[in-house]
Design a protein around this ligand. Structure first.
Ligand SMILES: [Zn+2]
Length: 286
Protein backbone atom coordinates (compact mmCIF):
# COMPACT_ATOMS: atom_id res chain seq x y z
CA UNK A 1 0.00 0.00 0.00
CA UNK A 2 1.09 3.59 -0.43
CA UNK A 3 0.82 6.67 1.74
CA UNK A 4 -1.96 7.79 -0.62
CA UNK A 5 -4.01 4.76 0.40
CA UNK A 6 -3.87 5.85 4.02
CA UNK A 7 -4.79 9.46 3.11
CA UNK A 8 -7.76 8.34 1.01
CA UNK A 9 -8.92 5.88 3.66
CA UNK A 10 -8.77 8.56 6.34
CA UNK A 11 -10.83 10.87 4.11
CA UNK A 12 -13.45 8.11 3.73
CA UNK A 13 -13.43 7.63 7.52
CA UNK A 14 -13.89 11.33 8.16
CA UNK A 15 -16.85 11.62 5.81
CA UNK A 16 -18.60 8.45 7.03
CA UNK A 17 -21.74 8.52 9.14
CA UNK A 18 -22.10 4.88 10.15
CA UNK A 19 -19.09 2.59 10.36
CA UNK A 20 -19.25 -1.16 10.87
CA UNK A 21 -16.06 -2.99 11.88
CA UNK A 22 -16.04 -6.77 11.52
CA UNK A 23 -13.05 -8.66 12.87
CA UNK A 24 -11.97 -12.19 11.98
CA UNK A 25 -9.44 -14.91 12.24
CA UNK A 26 -6.42 -12.86 11.12
CA UNK A 27 -6.80 -10.54 14.08
CA UNK A 28 -6.31 -13.31 16.56
CA UNK A 29 -3.60 -15.24 14.76
CA UNK A 30 -1.12 -12.41 14.66
CA UNK A 31 2.21 -13.40 16.19
CA UNK A 32 1.51 -11.00 19.05
CA UNK A 33 -1.26 -13.16 20.42
CA UNK A 34 -0.36 -16.43 18.71
CA UNK A 35 -3.61 -17.96 19.68
CA UNK A 36 -6.01 -20.45 18.31
CA UNK A 37 -9.44 -18.94 18.06
CA UNK A 38 -11.96 -20.63 15.82
CA UNK A 39 -12.38 -24.36 16.02
CA UNK A 40 -11.78 -24.89 12.33
CA UNK A 41 -8.30 -23.44 12.25
CA UNK A 42 -7.41 -24.81 15.64
CA UNK A 43 -8.40 -28.30 14.59
CA UNK A 44 -5.72 -28.24 11.93
CA UNK A 45 -3.16 -28.26 14.69
CA UNK A 46 -4.61 -31.42 16.16
CA UNK A 47 -3.46 -34.02 13.69
CA UNK A 48 -5.99 -36.66 14.57
CA UNK A 49 -8.97 -34.60 13.56
CA UNK A 50 -10.11 -33.30 10.25
CA UNK A 51 -10.89 -29.58 10.40
CA UNK A 52 -14.63 -30.07 9.94
CA UNK A 53 -14.94 -32.80 12.51
CA UNK A 54 -14.96 -31.05 15.85
CA UNK A 55 -17.21 -28.10 15.01
CA UNK A 56 -20.09 -30.36 14.12
CA UNK A 57 -23.22 -31.18 16.18
CA UNK A 58 -23.32 -34.77 14.86
CA UNK A 59 -19.78 -35.46 16.07
CA UNK A 60 -20.64 -33.93 19.45
CA UNK A 61 -23.68 -36.19 19.76
CA UNK A 62 -21.53 -39.24 19.01
CA UNK A 63 -18.39 -38.32 20.92
CA UNK A 64 -18.85 -35.43 23.37
CA UNK A 65 -15.69 -36.53 25.22
CA UNK A 66 -13.50 -35.87 22.16
CA UNK A 67 -15.15 -32.55 21.32
CA UNK A 68 -15.00 -31.28 24.90
CA UNK A 69 -11.28 -32.14 25.11
CA UNK A 70 -10.71 -30.14 21.94
CA UNK A 71 -12.55 -27.08 23.30
CA UNK A 72 -10.84 -27.46 26.67
CA UNK A 73 -7.52 -27.25 24.82
CA UNK A 74 -8.67 -24.11 22.94
CA UNK A 75 -9.85 -22.48 26.16
CA UNK A 76 -6.53 -23.16 27.90
CA UNK A 77 -4.67 -21.59 24.95
CA UNK A 78 -6.85 -18.51 24.88
CA UNK A 79 -6.62 -18.05 28.66
CA UNK A 80 -2.88 -17.49 28.14
CA UNK A 81 -3.42 -14.94 25.34
CA UNK A 82 -3.84 -11.18 25.60
CA UNK A 83 -5.51 -8.70 23.22
CA UNK A 84 -3.19 -7.22 20.58
CA UNK A 85 -2.64 -3.60 19.53
CA UNK A 86 -5.30 -4.00 16.84
CA UNK A 87 -7.82 -5.31 19.41
CA UNK A 88 -7.05 -2.35 21.65
CA UNK A 89 -7.29 0.22 18.84
CA UNK A 90 -10.70 -1.12 17.81
CA UNK A 91 -11.86 -1.22 21.44
CA UNK A 92 -10.87 2.44 21.90
CA UNK A 93 -12.85 3.52 18.85
CA UNK A 94 -15.84 1.46 19.87
CA UNK A 95 -15.95 2.49 23.54
CA UNK A 96 -14.55 6.05 23.64
CA UNK A 97 -16.64 8.61 21.71
CA UNK A 98 -13.74 11.11 21.77
CA UNK A 99 -11.42 8.58 20.05
CA UNK A 100 -13.96 7.99 17.27
CA UNK A 101 -14.70 11.71 16.92
CA UNK A 102 -11.04 12.43 16.25
CA UNK A 103 -11.00 10.38 13.05
CA UNK A 104 -14.68 10.42 12.06
CA UNK A 105 -16.31 13.50 13.55
CA UNK A 106 -19.94 12.60 12.80
CA UNK A 107 -19.89 8.82 12.79
CA UNK A 108 -21.54 6.06 14.80
CA UNK A 109 -19.68 2.74 15.07
CA UNK A 110 -20.84 -0.83 15.57
CA UNK A 111 -18.47 -3.71 16.19
CA UNK A 112 -18.96 -7.33 15.15
CA UNK A 113 -16.56 -10.25 15.42
CA UNK A 114 -16.35 -13.70 13.87
CA UNK A 115 -13.83 -14.78 16.50
CA UNK A 116 -14.87 -16.97 19.41
CA UNK A 117 -11.89 -16.22 21.65
CA UNK A 118 -13.47 -13.29 23.50
CA UNK A 119 -10.31 -11.18 23.07
CA UNK A 120 -12.23 -8.38 21.32
CA UNK A 121 -14.39 -7.94 24.43
CA UNK A 122 -11.42 -8.32 26.76
CA UNK A 123 -9.72 -5.33 25.08
CA UNK A 124 -12.61 -3.07 26.08
CA UNK A 125 -12.12 -0.79 29.09
CA UNK A 126 -13.91 -2.08 32.21
CA UNK A 127 -16.24 0.94 32.24
CA UNK A 128 -17.23 0.72 28.56
CA UNK A 129 -20.96 0.71 27.86
CA UNK A 130 -22.47 -2.69 26.98
CA UNK A 131 -23.57 -1.35 23.57
CA UNK A 132 -19.93 -0.78 22.61
CA UNK A 133 -19.07 -4.45 23.21
CA UNK A 134 -18.46 -6.59 20.12
CA UNK A 135 -21.40 -8.61 18.83
CA UNK A 136 -20.13 -12.18 18.57
CA UNK A 137 -21.49 -13.76 15.39
CA UNK A 138 -20.05 -17.23 16.07
CA UNK A 139 -20.42 -17.34 19.84
CA UNK A 140 -17.69 -17.52 22.46
CA UNK A 141 -15.71 -20.46 23.82
CA UNK A 142 -16.12 -19.02 27.32
CA UNK A 143 -19.87 -19.43 27.12
CA UNK A 144 -21.70 -22.73 27.54
CA UNK A 145 -25.17 -23.85 26.51
CA UNK A 146 -27.28 -26.65 27.97
CA UNK A 147 -28.20 -29.31 25.42
CA UNK A 148 -31.55 -29.86 27.17
CA UNK A 149 -32.95 -26.68 28.77
CA UNK A 150 -31.05 -24.19 26.59
CA UNK A 151 -29.57 -22.28 29.56
CA UNK A 152 -26.52 -20.25 28.52
CA UNK A 153 -23.90 -18.68 30.76
CA UNK A 154 -20.36 -17.37 30.84
CA UNK A 155 -17.80 -19.84 32.15
CA UNK A 156 -14.07 -19.16 32.40
CA UNK A 157 -13.26 -22.02 34.79
CA UNK A 158 -9.96 -23.81 34.16
CA UNK A 159 -10.67 -26.68 33.90
CA UNK A 160 -14.47 -26.67 33.63
CA UNK A 161 -14.68 -30.03 35.36
CA UNK A 162 -12.08 -32.29 37.05
CA UNK A 163 -12.14 -34.90 34.25
CA UNK A 164 -10.84 -32.40 31.68
CA UNK A 165 -7.83 -31.39 33.78
CA UNK A 166 -4.59 -32.13 31.95
CA UNK A 167 -6.24 -33.54 28.81
CA UNK A 168 -5.00 -30.50 26.84
CA UNK A 169 -1.54 -32.07 26.98
CA UNK A 170 -2.56 -34.67 24.38
CA UNK A 171 -2.40 -31.90 21.75
CA UNK A 172 1.33 -31.76 22.23
CA UNK A 173 1.66 -35.56 22.14
CA UNK A 174 -0.18 -36.74 19.00
CA UNK A 175 1.07 -40.30 19.43
CA UNK A 176 -0.73 -40.62 22.78
CA UNK A 177 -4.30 -41.98 22.72
CA UNK A 178 -7.04 -39.48 23.50
CA UNK A 179 -8.65 -40.03 26.91
CA UNK A 180 -12.23 -41.23 26.99
CA UNK A 181 -14.30 -39.32 29.52
CA UNK A 182 -17.70 -40.63 30.51
CA UNK A 183 -20.56 -38.28 29.68
CA UNK A 184 -21.54 -37.95 33.34
CA UNK A 185 -18.08 -36.49 34.05
CA UNK A 186 -18.21 -33.87 31.26
CA UNK A 187 -19.48 -30.30 31.96
CA UNK A 188 -23.10 -30.44 33.19
CA UNK A 189 -25.90 -27.86 33.48
CA UNK A 190 -26.34 -26.35 36.96
CA UNK A 191 -30.10 -26.18 36.45
CA UNK A 192 -31.05 -29.53 34.93
CA UNK A 193 -27.81 -31.57 35.10
CA UNK A 194 -27.88 -32.32 31.35
CA UNK A 195 -24.75 -32.17 29.19
CA UNK A 196 -23.40 -28.71 28.35
CA UNK A 197 -21.85 -27.76 25.00
CA UNK A 198 -19.69 -24.82 24.01
CA UNK A 199 -21.93 -21.90 22.95
CA UNK A 200 -20.31 -21.53 19.55
CA UNK A 201 -21.70 -21.83 16.03
CA UNK A 202 -20.98 -25.22 14.50
CA UNK A 203 -21.18 -26.57 10.99
CA UNK A 204 -24.65 -26.01 9.44
CA UNK A 205 -25.83 -24.00 12.49
CA UNK A 206 -27.17 -20.46 12.19
CA UNK A 207 -24.83 -17.55 12.72
CA UNK A 208 -25.91 -15.52 15.77
CA UNK A 209 -27.41 -12.03 15.20
CA UNK A 210 -27.08 -12.39 11.43
CA UNK A 211 -30.38 -10.68 10.64
CA UNK A 212 -29.66 -7.86 13.06
CA UNK A 213 -26.23 -7.28 11.47
CA UNK A 214 -27.59 -7.45 7.92
CA UNK A 215 -30.40 -4.97 8.72
CA UNK A 216 -28.02 -2.59 10.43
CA UNK A 217 -25.66 -2.68 7.47
CA UNK A 218 -28.27 -2.39 4.72
CA UNK A 219 -30.06 0.49 6.49
CA UNK A 220 -27.14 2.51 7.79
CA UNK A 221 -23.60 1.46 6.94
CA UNK A 222 -21.57 3.67 4.61
CA UNK A 223 -18.15 2.26 5.57
CA UNK A 224 -17.52 -1.43 6.25
CA UNK A 225 -14.08 -2.18 7.70
CA UNK A 226 -12.99 -5.83 7.70
CA UNK A 227 -10.03 -6.61 9.95
CA UNK A 228 -8.33 -10.00 9.76
CA UNK A 229 -10.93 -11.37 7.38
CA UNK A 230 -11.60 -11.13 3.67
CA UNK A 231 -14.55 -10.13 1.55
CA UNK A 232 -14.87 -13.56 -0.03
CA UNK A 233 -15.92 -15.48 3.11
CA UNK A 234 -19.31 -15.65 4.85
CA UNK A 235 -20.86 -13.53 6.17
CA UNK A 236 -18.54 -10.77 4.88
CA UNK A 237 -19.55 -11.49 1.29
CA UNK A 238 -23.20 -10.75 2.17
CA UNK A 239 -22.30 -7.65 4.20
CA UNK A 240 -20.03 -6.37 1.41
CA UNK A 241 -22.83 -6.69 -1.12
CA UNK A 242 -25.28 -4.85 1.17
CA UNK A 243 -22.84 -1.96 1.62
CA UNK A 244 -22.08 -1.79 -2.08
CA UNK A 245 -25.79 -1.68 -2.95
CA UNK A 246 -26.26 1.45 -0.86
CA UNK A 247 -23.18 3.12 -2.31
CA UNK A 248 -20.97 2.61 0.76
CA UNK A 249 -17.27 1.84 0.84
CA UNK A 250 -15.34 -1.25 1.97
CA UNK A 251 -11.87 -1.38 3.53
CA UNK A 252 -10.00 -4.64 4.17
CA UNK A 253 -7.07 -4.99 6.58
CA UNK A 254 -5.78 -8.52 6.23
CA UNK A 255 -2.52 -10.43 6.27
CA UNK A 256 -3.30 -12.19 3.03
CA UNK A 257 -5.87 -12.77 0.30
CA UNK A 258 -5.55 -9.34 -1.31
CA UNK A 259 -6.47 -10.82 -4.68
CA UNK A 260 -9.79 -12.11 -3.36
CA UNK A 261 -10.48 -8.66 -1.91
CA UNK A 262 -10.00 -6.79 -5.19
CA UNK A 263 -13.56 -5.45 -5.01
CA UNK A 264 -12.77 -3.55 -1.82
CA UNK A 265 -12.22 0.22 -2.12
CA UNK A 266 -9.24 0.09 0.26
CA UNK A 267 -6.91 -2.86 0.84
CA UNK A 268 -4.15 -2.96 3.42
CA UNK A 269 -2.15 -6.15 3.36
CA UNK A 270 0.17 -7.05 6.24
CA UNK A 271 -0.09 -7.54 10.01
CA UNK A 272 -3.32 -5.83 11.12
CA UNK A 273 -1.61 -4.52 14.25
CA UNK A 274 0.62 -2.38 12.00
CA UNK A 275 -1.66 -1.37 9.15
CA UNK A 276 -4.81 -0.68 11.18
CA UNK A 277 -3.09 1.24 13.96
CA UNK A 278 -1.29 3.37 11.35
CA UNK A 279 -4.47 3.97 9.33
CA UNK A 280 -6.29 5.07 12.46
CA UNK A 281 -3.35 7.26 13.49
CA UNK A 282 -3.18 5.52 16.88
CA UNK A 283 0.55 4.72 16.87
CA UNK A 284 1.98 4.98 20.37
CA UNK A 285 -1.50 5.04 21.93
CA UNK A 286 -2.43 1.36 22.07
ZN1 LIG B 1 -30.07 -27.42 31.52
Amino acid sequence: MTATDYVEFRAALESSKFIVILTGIGLSTMPASAVAYRARACANTWQRLDAEEVGNPDVFAEDPSLVWQFYHHCREQVLKARPTAAHRAIAQLSSRPEALKRIASNATLRLFTKNIDGLAGQAHPYDASPSSQPIELYGNIFRVKCTKCGMTEKNTDSPMCPALAGTEKCFAEPQKPVSVIEEKDLPRCKQCQALLRPDVVWFKEEIHHLERAANLISNNCDLLILVGTGLHVAPCSIFGELVRRRGGKIAVFNGQGAHADRDAHFRFQGPCGDTLVKALRMEGEV
